[in-house]
Design a protein around this ligand. Structure first.
Ligand SMILES: NC(=O)c1ccc[n+]([C@@H]2O[C@H](COP(=O)([O-])OP(=O)(O)OC[C@H]3O[C@@H](n4cnc5c(N)ncnc54)[C@H](OP(=O)(O)O)[C@@H]3O)[C@@H](O)[C@H]2O)c1
Length: 325
């Protein structure tokens, strides 16, 4: 089969289509004929040699995909050949075929095309488990989503808005801020020209927000403490501005804050299955009702994976970038 290979991992990596061995589904896995794969920031880091796949994962790039089931591994009972699915994987999605543990598989929601469904899994698994499982977010909580125009951000804004919550988001341009507000943010904050702490405080009568989803880190770590309400919960999914900072933790103590950070990719199939079950129950109905949509920035043929990565590296995108097969 064809798959994308990384020609020279490092800063000047090159992605090219090459022949690869077709995977075979093991017990508890399905083989999917891929129709589209999502591009994630983690793929760029992996190609640069900065984010190695967890033990046992495919070395091929790609954390999410959509397609049709081509084959069932032993013991798989709740799926059949020909089903249209989207799925989360620990690697291997930039390929014609990928073997997927059933715990990462979701049906393609009504209302969403088979191609666009490739942009659902990684963002929804990440957003749900971080906001709800880790930050214990309820429907009454106000939230601040950093990186509001990212794949993660556009998903988080829509989820919280659909649940009736007040959402603030940060983004790096006027156009991106408009997109965040169109998705349901009550107020988007252009972090290049405004101070998110001041805006959030002014908009909440000085109270701050209950939950913060952060992918920036660096000086945001302490600034998040200022933007959080009493008993606020802050969860980091990345540290794009740095994982080291000088922080005054006394504010955390005084405001009774919780600070957490998690990764999704190395989690066990059982943990992923529990998140999948929650998505099916709580989120897929909102997607099927059209209240949450995958926001697609653009699609590239898989042979142009390099151009898709360049688009993400430029940070001009709003929402998800997809590869089609
Ligand atoms: N921990 C996990 O399990 C997990 C899972 C999935 C994703 N992630 C992480 O989540 C992040 C988003 O992933 P993605 O694939 O959706 O990537 P993406 O679309 O490229 O998102 C990166 C976003 O970060 C924003 N950003 C950068 N600096 C910022 C700042 N100072 N203030 C506010 N926003 C800032 C960018 O906005 P501007 O261009 O406007 O600056 C961009 O929207 C990535 O860092 C990824 O590694 C983590």
């Amino acid at each position: 089969m064809k798959a994308i290979s990384i020609k020279n991992p490092g800063q000047a990596y090159v992605l090219a289509l090459a022949e690869a061995e077709k995977p075979r589904p093991r017990a508890g896995e399905i083989l999917v004929k891929v129709v589209a794969a999502g591009v994630n920031r983690a793929d760029l880091l992996q190609a640069m040699g900065l984010y190695p796949p967890p033990p046992g994962a495919s070395l091929t790039l790609g954390l999410e995909l959509s397609g049709e089931i081509a084959e069932l591994g032993d013991g798989v009972v709740n799926h059949k050949v020909g089903d249209r699915v989207c799925a989360l994987v620990a690697g291997g999605a930039y390929a014609e075929y990928v073997a997927v543990p059933v715990q990462g598989v979701l049906p393609v929601p009504k209302n969403v095309s088979l191609v666009d469904a490739a942009g659902l899994p990684e963002a929804h698994f990440t957003v749900w488990t971080n906001l709800v499982d880790t930050a214990r977010m309820t429907r009454k909580d106000s939230v601040l989503i950093h990186g509001g125009s990212s794949g993660i951000g556009t998903t988080a804004i829509q989820l919280c808005a659909a649940r009736g919550q007040t959402v603030f988001a940060t983004a790096g341009s006027v156009e991106k801020c408009k997109a965040c507000e169109a998705l349901g943010a009550a107020r988007a904050i252009n972090y290049r020209s405004e101070d998110f702490v001041e805006v959030v405080k002014a908009a909440t009568d000085g109270k701050g927000v209950d939950v913060i989803l952060d992918m920036v880190g660096g000086d945001y770590i302490e600034r998040n403490f200022h933007a959080a309400a009493l008993w606020g919960r802050i969860v980091n999914v990345a540290y794009q501005s740095g994982s080291r900072a000088t922080v005054d933790f006394s504010l955390m103590l005084r405001k009774r804050l919780t600070l957490a950070a998690t990764t999704l990719r190395p989690r066990s199939n059982e943990e992923k299955g529990a998140i999948r079950d929650a998505l099916l129950k709580e989120v897929w109905p909102l997607v099927e009702a059209g209240r949450i949509k995958p926001l697609i920035d653009g699609t590239f043929p898989i042979a142009d994976a390099q151009a898709a990565h360049a688009r993400m590296a430029s940070s001009h995108h709003i929402g998800k970038i997809l590869l089609t097969l």
